[in-house]
Design a protein around this ligand. Structure first.
Ligand SMILES: NC(=O)c1ccc[n+]([C@@H]2O[C@H](COP(=O)([O-])OP(=O)(O)OC[C@H]3O[C@@H](n4cnc5c(N)ncnc54)[C@H](O)[C@@H]3O)[C@@H](O)[C@H]2O)c1
Length: 454
């Protein structure tokens, strides 16, 4: 029995009624707190499984009924959770998926991991968060801890969520507990998984921060407590603005290096030999996924209310969004040198996912590039071991099986995603022209193939 339990036991004998914070702390510390994670996607499922692993009983709620059924069959839908471990959590009764929000009633801890995309107007779309919070508020009872993990603009937790809880006449920090703690998972990254990434946590009161920090300490070794939800919200946005701006710098640098006839990756690697004050970022065909193309816009949008026009954020976006067009030009120029034109050329695109190791095609620049090539008359095929089919301009394409014949038949092999499980040596041996936007061919014996780097 831990110290907290002992103190409580003593107090209970003397007629003492512990307050909600103390009671919940005890349930978290001995892993009897019932946890519900709302949203079972790339973020919510690995988080749920991590809490199961240390002994908590977790319910994963999702509005997608098909997803819920598959999860209950032990079918994982993210690379960060194996089918085996999900099945084990199901069989031991630690994990269950559901679409029934009434389970919130019996939950001690509710973690919200629903999407926060952009609207067509590029304004934040937090309708998924609001929809979830409405349901949380419907079942709200004293003693619950609610933590928002979805990436969002600064002020969401205090300006939007807190008043909804207060409207139910609950006092945050006494009856119910509310905090923000951003998810920082990098799907497909086997070096840093949920348990390896420190959690930043900011509650609307010190008690809220304490409880949220205690919860995360059960699954991660480092929790960074900050003074408010706003600091935690901004920390996440700053991380992704930092990535977006540095990727844009690398992208622009690659355009400059090309003019100078130098391989930008060689320069960046040389610069990265400096042991301090430098962090390498590399150029690529553009940015994709659910974070880097979207999150910075959340901050820029919020700043407009203070009459402040962000400058780095839109500049980085402009440069990063110009990269797909630049890649199309690269392919066109490379074919032109061989007295070929895009119209009618056979281009085999390698990779449809936005990054290596995942099958996620959300905002993928690869799709944008392929769609542009099609409109210019290219005879397109693609291969991605993680993405069995894609739809471009209303037409479905199946992923090719990569072999010597397919590679030899292409006028140009265009590497858009550098998945680890592809045979780049085979590409170098059998293709005649390779446009490499990811540096995948570095260190590969080129054979007869001509390599064009971004
Ligand atoms: N994917 C990443 O790499 C990543 C990393 C860090 C943070 N985030 C942030 O985490 C949040 C979730 O992203 P994700 O990638 O997991 O999204 P996702 O699309 O993979 O998963 C979200 C899940 O929520 C479900 N959902 C939507 N509305 C719901 C509702 N009202 N109630 C219950 N379930 C609902 C969807 O059906 C889906 O299964 C976003 O804010 C995102 O920006 C994502």
């Amino acid at each position: 029995m831990n110290t907290l339990n002992l103190v409580l036991r003593e107090k209970q004998y003397s007629g003492y009624q512990p307050d909600h914070e103390t009671q919940l702390s005890e349930r978290i510390a001995d892993h009897t707190a019932r946890i519900t994670v709302v949203g079972q996607g790339y973020v919510g499922l690995p988080l749920a499984v991590e809490f199961c692993r240390v002994g908590f009983k977790v319910i994963g709620i999702d509005i997608d009924k098909d997803r819920v059924k598959r999860l209950n069959r032990g079918e994982s839908l993210t690379p960060d959770v194996s089918h085996e471990s999900l099945l084990e959590m199901r069989n031991t009764g630690h994990y269950e998926a559901s679409w029934d929000f009434s389970v919130l009633q019996n939950s001690d801890v509710i973690l919200i991991c629903v999407p926060t995309p952009l609207r067509k107007s590029k304004d934040p779309d937090i309708s998924y968060v609001l929809d979830t919070v409405e349901k949380v508020v419907k079942y709200l009872r004293p003693g619950q801890l609610i933590i928002l993990e979805s990436t969002t603009y600064p002020g969401t937790t205090e300006e939007l969520l807190l008043p909804l809880f207060q409207a139910k006449a609950y006092s945050a920090g006494d009856d119910v507990f509310l905090a923000f703690s951003p998810e920082r998972i990098d799907p497909g990254n086997t070096q840093f998984m949920v348990k390896d990434i420190p959690k930043v946590t900011g509650g609307v009161s010190p008690a809220c921060t304490r409880l949220a920090a205690l919860l995360y300490r059960q699954i991660v070794s480092k929790v960074v407590e900050v003074s408010s939800p706003r600091v935690a919200e901004l920390a996440k946005l700053y991380e992704n603005v930092f990535r977006s701006v540095n990727i844009a710098l690398a992208n622009e640098f690659s355009l400059m290096c090309r003019q100078l006839g130098v391989n930008s990756r060689e320069v960046i690697d040389a610069a990265a030999s400096k042991p301090f004050g430098f962090m390498p970022f590399y150029p690529g065909p553009g940015i994709g996924g659910h974070c880097i193309p979207i999150d910075p816009a959340y901050l820029a949008w919020k700043m407009k209310f203070s009459n402040y026009q962000a400058r780095f954020i839109p500049l980085a976006e402009e440069i990063n969004q110009s990269m797909p067009g630049h890649v199309v030009d690269l392919v066109s120029d490379a074919l032109n040198e061989r007295k070929l034109c895009l119209n009618g050329a056979k281009v085999l695109a390698i990779g449809a996912a936005y990054k290596r190791g995942v099958g996620d095609t959300r905002e993928s620049p690869a799709l944008q590039i392929m769609a542009s090539l099609l409109r210019l008359g290219v005879q397109l095929s693609y291969a991605d071991p993680y993405v069995p089919e894609i739809v471009l301009d209303g037409k479905t394409y199946q992923s090719e099986q990569l072999d010597a014949a397919v590679l030899k038949a292409s006028d140009c092999v265009l590497i858009l995603t550098d998945h680890d499980n592809l045979n780049y040596q085979d590409m170098a041996t059998h293709a005649s022209l390779i446009v490499d936007t990811r540096g995948a061919m570095r260190g590969i014996e080129t054979g007869s193939a001509q390599i064009v780097n971004l």
